[in-house]
Design a protein around this ligand. Structure first.
Ligand code: TUI
Length: 315
C-alpha cells in the first residue's frame, strides 16, 4: 500500500499532504516541521511585509532541506513585490489563493517555481491548467478563511474530470478517512489547514488552539457574504457583529470592522473580537501534537481505510 501519486513525484515529497498556507498562522516553524515530516510545508504570506516573508523563507530553509512552499494571497496590495521577492529567493513551489494568478504564471515557471493555484470552481481550474499550472488545489466551502460556494465532495470529482494535472482536495479533511475519501474521488493529494493549527510547532496563540479543540460540528459560520469575500470563522462576538452587518447589507462597515482582526486572534489570542478563521473540521481536531505525529496518524489511517475498501487493489 502506498500513497505515492503524481503529486508526490511532482513535489518531491514522501506523503501527499500539503499544509494550508494560513496567513498569520503558517510560519517557518510549522512549514519546516511539516516538510521535515514528509509533507509539504507552506508559509502563509497573507499581508506580510516583503522583508518579513524573505526572513520566513530563509528561516524555513534553516529548519528543513526538504521542499516547501509559499502561499501567495492575491488580494494583498503589495502582491507584485512579494512575487518578485519569491522569484529572487529560491522557493520550490507556490500555492495561490483568493484570486487568479495568471499574471505571474510565466515569471514563476520560468525560474522553475512550481505553481499550484487554489481554485473554487471548474472554470478557473481549466483556465489555470491552460496557462501552465502544475497541479490544482480544489478548496471546498468546508475550509476555513476565504471560501467559494461548492463543497469538497462535489468540487473534487468535477475537477478530476475537467483537468489532466493532479488535483488536491481541500476543505474538511482532518484525518485519514478524509484522505481516503479524497482519493476515492480521484484526488492525488490533500491540503490540510485546521488540523495543523493544532500542531505543537504552529506558533498561533494557545487560546486559538483551545477554540479549535472545543469546537463542535456547527460552531463555524460564514461571514462577509455581502462583501463578495465570504470567510469561514469560529463563531464569536466579532462574527455575530459581522453577521448582523451582512443582514443589513453594509459591506463597507464589515471591511472596516474586519481590518486587522485575523492578527488580533492568531497573534494576540483575542478569541472574542479577533477573526478566528478555521474550517468545519475544527470539530474533528482534539489534540495538540507534533506535525510529524499528525502526518503519521493521517497516513496510517488512510492506508488502513483504503485497504479495507471492498475491491481495493493494493500497490
Ligand atoms: O485564500 C484562501 N483562504 C484565505 S485568504 C484569507 S485573507 C482574506 N481575508 C479577508 C478577505 C479575503 C481574504 C483568508 N483565507 N483560500 C484559497 C481560496 N482561493 N479559496 C477561494 C479562493 C479563490 C476565490 C476566487 C480563488 C480564486 C478565485 O478567483 C476569482 C477570480 O478572480 O476568478
Amino acid at each position: 500500500m502506498s500513497l505515492k501519486t503524481r503529486l508526490t513525484t511532482l513535489l518531491g515529497i514522501e506523503h501527499p499532504i500539503i499544509q494550508g498556507g494560513m496567513a498569520w498562522t503558517a510560519t517557518a516553524e510549522l512549514a519546516g516541521a511539516v516538510s521535515n515530516a514528509g509533507g509539504l510545508g507552506i508559509i502563509g504570506a497573507g499581508h506580510m511585509p516583503t522583508d518579513l516573508l524573505r526572513e520566513q523563507i530563509r528561516n524555513t530553509k534553516a529548519i528543513t532541506d526538504k521542499p516547501f512552499g509559499v502561499n501567495l494571497m492575491l488580494l494583498t496590495p503589495h502582491i507584485d513585490e512579494l512575487v518578485q521577492m519569491v522569484l529572487d529567493e529560491y522557493v520550490p513551489m507556490v500555492t495561490t489563493g483568493a484570486g487568479n494568478p495568471g499574471k505571474y504564471m510565466t515569471a514563476l515557471k520560468d525560474v522553475g517555481v512550481k505553481v499550484v493555484p487554489i481554485v473554487p470552481s471548474v472554470a478557473l481550474a481549466k483556465r489555470m491548467e491552460s496557462i501552465g499550472a502544475d497541479a490544482l488545489i480544489g478548496e471546498g466551502m468546508e475550509a476555513g478563511g476565504h471560501i467559494g460556494d461548492l463543497t469538497t465532495m462535489v468540487l473534487t470529482p468535477q475537477l478530476v474530470d475537467a483537468v489532466d494535472v493532479p488535483v488536491v482536495a481541500a476543505g474538511g479533511i482532518a484525518d485519514g478517512r478524509g484522505i481516503a475519501a479524497a482519493f476515492a474521488l480521484g484526488a492525488e493529494g490533500v491540503q490540510v489547514g485546521t488540523r495543523f493549527m493544532c500542531a505543537e510547532e504552529c506558533t498561533i496563540h494557545p487560546a486559538v488552539k483551545e477554540e479549535i479543540l472545543k469546537a463542535k460540528d456547527r460552531d463555524t459560520v460564514v461571514t462577509g457574504r455581502s462583501t463578495g469575500h465570504p470567510v469561514r470563522v469560529i463563531k464569536n462576538k466579532l462574527a455575530r457583529q459581522i453577521m448582523e452587518l451582512d443582514r443589513d447589507n453594509k459591506p463597507e462597515e464589515i471591511e472596516a470592522l474586519g481590518t486587522g482582526k485575523l492578527a488580533l486572534a492568531m497573534r494576540q489570542g483575542d478569541v472574542d473580537m479577533g477573526s478566528v478563521m478555521a474550517g468545519q473540521a475544527s470539530a474533528m481536531v482534539d489534540t495538540i501534537e507534533p506535525a510529524a505525529a499528525i502526518i503519521a496518524a493521517m497516513v496510517a489511517e488512510a492506508e488502513s481505510v483504503m485497504k479495507s475498501m471492498p475491491g481495493h487493489v493494493g500497490s
